[in-house]
Design a binder for this molecule. Structure first.
Ligand code: HEM
Length: 134
């Protein structure tokens, strides 16, 4: 059964609480039996019912336990067709790119703090020298 292939339009028909499919990493899961037990609530699952929930699922940073539950809900895999929504595969590269941005901004910030500190130190020394001169 887990070898079954679903197209996006097949999946999108399962969008009610009693019949709820979600796509995560191009695999199709039936979340109906789990929805009442979901610690994150039913609302979020209904929101992504019949759709690609990869991003939503990964954004939360679900535990390994959550992934094990997911394995048990597997019903098949997604068969992409042309014109389907783009794969919403979670791409660590995007966050890596952001992290790089963040890092360079971090370096910039450190530079500003360092220059600010150096200026303050210089001013302090300057005033001290002036005071000694008096
Ligand atoms: C069928 C797919 C899903 C399964 C099996 C699942 C399973 C779980 C489990 C076991 C937890 C407890 C914490 C953990 O172990 O990580 C959890 C928490 C949570 N889940 Fe999901 N989840 C699914 C989909 C989603 C989706 C699509 C969202 C959308 C945002 C979501 C949002 C949350 C949130 C916000 C929590 C945290 C609740 C809290 O700590 O108060 N989950 N989920």
């Amino acid at each position: 059964m887990a070898d079954k292939e679903f197209t996006y339009s097949d999946v999108s028909e399962h969008n009610t609480k009693k019949d709820l499919y979600v796509v995560i990493h191009d695999k199709v899961y039936n979340a109906s039996s789990f929805i009442d037990e979901h610690p994150g609530g039913e609302e979020v699952l209904l929101d992504v019912g019949g759709q690609d929930a990869t991003e939503a699922f990964e954004d939360v940073g679900h535990s390994d336990e959550a992934r094990e539950i997911l394995d048990g809900l597997l019903v098949g895999k997604l068969k992409r067709k042309e014109g389907d929504p783009k794969p919403k595969t979670y791409t660590p590269t995007a966050s890596t790119a952001n992290a790089t941005d963040g890092a360079s901004m971090g370096v910039g910030l450190y530079a500003i703090i360092f220059i600010g500190g150096a200026l303050a130190f210089g001013a302090y020394k300057y005033l001290q020298a002036q005071q000694e001169g008096q």
